[in-house]
Design a protein around this ligand. Structure first.
Ligand code: NAP
Length: 280
């Protein structure tokens, strides 16, 4: 029997996609690791993993990749990014670009690769990478959180739509992982506009927009990926996989009234300090 084949988007070195590629490879699957810059996957190529250029925002790039792939059993939509800003100062053009990446690129990948998944005789599966922020609204991260909530909603509806075709649809509700996420422009270059209503609190907000507190925190991507791959390859995989630092606490909080996590949300967003500076 030929090996199950998995395609993963966003596999740049140091990120979750790369760790998932290694974990699926170690589990004995044929992995097609993709990223928009092939030079960011030399570590994977060195392990014997097939690498391919795929910019999920480019129809041409998606079609080019699809023309080279003849068999697919698991599609992992992992590529994504953040954009932190106070909602009143969001650049709508940037927020729409974020939605193109975090929501619509995943949908387009599913549309294009569905014919191959329909031909799969080995538990065809779609895995969408959302976030724990898809269920918890957090200040200054509303563009990102809402994009992940949109993908979570699409993932739930799609699960019903594809049930008649026996395609599994899995959501990764991922919590904090130590990746390159914080180094990307949408996070590392976020800055409060001078005219913001929050300007009096910029000394607190600017580092918060960069997730300064979270740098050097988060679960090890390799350990996370090993656990996720173990879940996905189960005979009856869970529909929603909660993994990463703090995932269990957040999962529990979804069953409690919102007031139980108000304090934690205020703390990570430095809301009390912001409020004090604004009101002084
Ligand atoms: N880290 C966390 O704590 C965390 C928590 C929950 C969910 N997530 C989600 O997990 C996924 C992976 O993030 P990460 O933490 O591993 O961050 P990362 O290290 O920045 O990885 C993001 C990946 O997405 C790729 N990407 C961005 N735009 C792309 C495009 N147009 N086409 C193809 N690939 C593109 C990046 O490529 P470049 O290297 O070229 O930018 C990179 O390979 C994201 O969807 C993120 O939202 C992360």
């Amino acid at each position: 029997m030929s090996k199950r084949t998995v395609l993963i988007t966003g596999c740049s070195e140091g990120g979750i996609g790369a760790a998932l590629a290694v974990a699926f490879h170690n589990a004995g699957l044929k992995v097609i690791a993709t990223a928009r810059n092939i030079n960011k996957m030399t570590n994977l190529a060195a392990l014997g993993i097939e690498t391919m250029v795929l910019d999920v925002l480019s129809e041409e790039s998606i079609q080019d990749a699809a023309s080279k792939i003849k068999k697919l059993d698991i599609l992992v939509n992992n590529a994504g990014a953040g954009y932190n800003q106070t909602t009143s100062d969001l650049d709508i053009a940037k927020a729409k670009e974020l939605y193109d990446l975090n929501v619509w690129s995943a949908v387009r990948m599913i549309q294009v690769f569905l014919p191959l998944l329909l031909m799969s005789e080995s538990s065809p599966t779609i895995v969408n990478q959302t976030s724990v922020l898809s269920v918890v609204g957090v200040p200054w991260q509303t563009a990102y959180g809402s994009s992940k909530a949109a993908l979570a909603s699409i993932t739930s509806g799609l699960r019903y739509e594809l049930a008649p075709f026996n395609i599994n649809v899995i959501e990764l509700k991922t919590a904090l992982i130590a990746s390159k996420f914080l180094e990307k422009p949408g996070v590392s270059e976020s800055i409060l506009p001078e005219k913001s209503i929050y300007a009096p609190a910029k000394s607190v907000l600017n580092p918060t927009l960069h997730y300064a507190d979270l740098s050097s925190k988060g679960a090890d991507p390799a350990q996370y990926a090993k656990e996720v791959v173990g879940d996905v390859l189960k005979k009856n995989p869970p529909k929603v996989i909660w993994r990463g630092e703090g995932a269990t606490q957040l999962w529990l909080s979804t069953m409690l009234p919102e007031r139980f996590i108000n304090g934690a949300i205020s703390k990570i967003s430095h809301l009390n300090e912001v409020e004090k500076l604004i009101k002084q």
